[in-house]
Design a protein around this ligand. Sequence first.
Ligand SMILES: *[C@@H]1O[C@H](CO)[C@@H](O)[C@H](O)[C@H]1NC(C)=O
Ligand SMILES: *[C@@H]1O[C@H](CO)[C@@H](O)[C@H](O)[C@H]1NC(C)=O
Ligand SMILES: *[C@@H]1O[C@H](CO)[C@@H](O)[C@H](O)[C@H]1NC(C)=O
Ligand SMILES: *[C@@H]1O[C@H](CO)[C@@H](O)[C@H](O)[C@H]1NC(C)=O
Ligand SMILES: *[C@@H]1O[C@H](CO)[C@@H](O)[C@H](O)[C@H]1NC(C)=O
Ligand SMILES: *[C@@H]1O[C@H](CO)[C@@H](O)[C@H](O)[C@H]1NC(C)=O
Length: 793
Amino acid sequence: MRATEKELLCIMNSRATMGRHKAALLLPVLLAVAMLPLGSAVFTEEEILSFTMTDASLEGHSRSLLQATTTATTGSSSTSAASALPQLPSTPEEHCPLARGTWCGPYYQQTPTPRPPPKRGNKSCPNNCSGVGQCHYDHGICYCPIGFGGPDCSTPRKRPCWRMGPDKRDEGWHNHTDWSHSRCAGICDDSNSMCYCPPETKYGRKEAPPGSPPGTPPVQVGRPMYWCQPSTDKDGTPVKWGAVKYEDLFGPGGWCNADVPKFLCPCRIDGRIGALCNIPVEQFCPNQCSGRGECDQGFCRCHAGWYGSDCSRRRAGASMEETLPDYLGPKPWLAAAVTPPVAAEDPPRTAPQRKRPYVYVYDVKPEYSSDILQYRIERVNCKYRQWELGNNSVWITYNAYAVEPLLQELFLTSEHRTFDPEEADYFFVPIMWACLFDVYGWNPIPRWPADVHGPRPYGASVMQLRTAQWLNATFPWFSRRGGRDHIWLTATDEGACSVFKDVWPGIFLTHWGRTDFPHLPNSQYHADYYAAPIKHVEHDGEWLDQTSRAHPCFDPKKDLVIPAFKRPEHYKRSPYMGAPQYERSIFLFFRGDLRIAPGQDPECKYSRCIRQTLYNMSREGNWREKYNVWFGDTRNVPGDYSELLAKSVFCLVLPGDGWSPRLEDAVLHGCIPVIIMDDVQVVFESILDVTAFSIRIAQKDLAKVVDIVQAVPEGQIRIMQNNLAKVWYRFRYLGLKMADADAAAVVSEHRATNGGLLRPNPGAQYAASRVDDAFSTLMQWLYARIPDIQGKL
Ligand SMILES: *[C@@H]1O[C@H](CO)[C@@H](O)[C@H](O)[C@H]1NC(C)=O
Ligand SMILES: *[C@@H]1O[C@H](CO)[C@@H](O)[C@H](O)[C@H]1NC(C)=O
Ligand SMILES: *[C@@H]1O[C@H](CO)[C@@H](O)[C@H](O)[C@H]1NC(C)=O
Ligand SMILES: *[C@@H]1O[C@H](CO)[C@@H](O)[C@H](O)[C@H]1NC(C)=O
Ligand SMILES: *[C@@H]1O[C@H](CO)[C@@H](O)[C@H](O)[C@H]1NC(C)=O
Ligand SMILES: *[C@@H]1O[C@H](CO)[C@@H](O)[C@H](O)[C@H]1NC(C)=O
């Protein structure tokens, strides 16, 4: 076997697109590929660079952005010119088709109020956070980046490489034979466990001279050696934990020494690209520090006078007018990804435009937030967008948990955000729950509790409990209502099944609406098996008694199943986006992961064995030929996913390891969902009349699926299709720069094929509008719940 450079890159990139980030399972394969030398070919830097830019979707996106800019200026006039296009709602009632209960409407009956000037703090921090941390001027608390800790960020806080000695080098290549991701044959950056070529090599890491102030960047960053471990030492003695020829790393033509090396180690850290990993690009931070700070892998170093985890706050006494190095100056590229935070405007907008709920977004201690981002050693993890060559802001091809970074940015930039916790109706706690799942296996740090490598839901749940305890000990607002007004997001496969009962009174936003109790995990993946028993002094007794045995996964009275996030291009062929309407020529459709490869899932636990069973039935019973039922994975059912959905009458909604975003896919394309997952509520099922636009089949009736769906009368199909057009827009997110630009680009493409006008398809008036989108729906629901939470309005 021999991989071409391109295949190699594809494999590397595909880790990003792998469902639920279980790539660790594939490690031997990846390692085997990573070991392969790239042949004897020598590449120029341009050639090498082009390998990283082959993803067509990235190029497509740059195009879209251009078009989006054009649309933005001409948008409204051509929309109103399309007279047949229905109007957006104007009365509260018009906002509420198919709403269940009384939550919908009151939000729109509010009288908007003026926004007070944003609160600004000036409480100073101990020792000015030693010049490395970020002072939070409301509380006088230091927030420290990785490497530093303690009340003033002066205590070293290390994340050593595996088997690292005090000189930041390996303790001996032969003394220990065990492999780990973070075993380092070069020099270790022990703040985040990243390995670099050693300083004695030409492209080695050269630290700042001794005596430099803490946090001084290295003189030379050095080429990373991550995924690059040697198969022998320099004398040819085999090294048990490595796979790359010694020469290829340390020889004169090797990665650490040659200007154009014959062998390339992968470049996968955030902030540097190119095959030589030497081209600096912007790194990922929440809302890019609002354009008011420098982003360090997820930690914002705010410009002087600015503060907060997103640098949106202005210190009291610092003038708003003074010349600031904001992004429009030295970093114009940031404008593509920074959504200006409404709550930060000072002076505030004058027109009364403020509505409740008011939501306070905590600046969470780095241990539970920015550390996790800084500990990423894979640039694609934990985000939905990234910076590419030329600091172009592009989409990540696929991150199942993309709603986590997205929702954090939506809360940070929302007009509902308040900087004043005293007036807040709700508190959003932006911990990196799903992101932790991505970084959990790489290194003994971070772990919760520190000495246990338990299943990932356990680690995340303990981290969440620590966060609640820290909030409770540091601020008065957690205990005020027993945590009931605190909002948590648990975006991973089995959502909130495993959270601690001390945190459970809060509001859980999740994709997994499982309601039965008691419950056991669905996952066939051992690292996610939340029923694994663990006893630890830090949680008195068996953790299950305090978590999954104490509550259901989802409580429709206080929690909400929210949509997964997909960029608008994902549903670009939908009639709701103004695409030409296809004939719905496929009767029943499903395409997705089946886990049927030998040995992949011997107990058939994935998807509760529903996908696998249906797949067998569909093949054995010739469903495609007999009933026009398309069921399979990408090999059996090739083609453009969006187009296939837009051409289908019914679409199956089946679980994955836990949730799977199939309801969203169906609804966004006007395909009637056929839900098969007992005791699991789908997105917004507790607040919308889902039965008006979907059908549900019990798991015991799998064999009768085709009969049941065929029995749906034609008239009812029409009614459900009409209903889908009345709710579809609640199932997607707009409101951030990139998402809005993406939607505008899709719409403008469709306009261009229709004489400049948007096709008046039912529902298409919402195509690029944020009105009543998923986040807005969440706000409306939260507003209606205020009396319940607080006992008053
Ligand atoms: C801090 O703010 C308070 C109230 O806003 C003000 O009275 C005080 O003078 C300020 N202190 C400093 C050092 O700016
Ligand atoms: C405090 O530290 C920041 C860097 O974090 C620096 O910009 C600022 O000048 C320092 N202020 C003082 C008073 O030393
Ligand atoms: C590793 O082996 C070397 C000799 O090869 C020895 O000098 C060194 O002390 C050993 N280190 C440890 C931690 O055992
Ligand atoms: C991209 O951003 C990085 C980080 O701010 C900067 O170092 C680099 O010079 C920028 N590149 C370009 C082409 O502007
Ligand atoms: C919060 O603090 C209060 C008072 O100190 C305590 O009674 C309560 O158990 C704490 N809650 C949590 C979740 O730690
Ligand atoms: C599906 O069919 C294959 C091949 O006959 C069989 O090995 C497998 O167990 C079947 N799976 C289910 C869930 O019926």
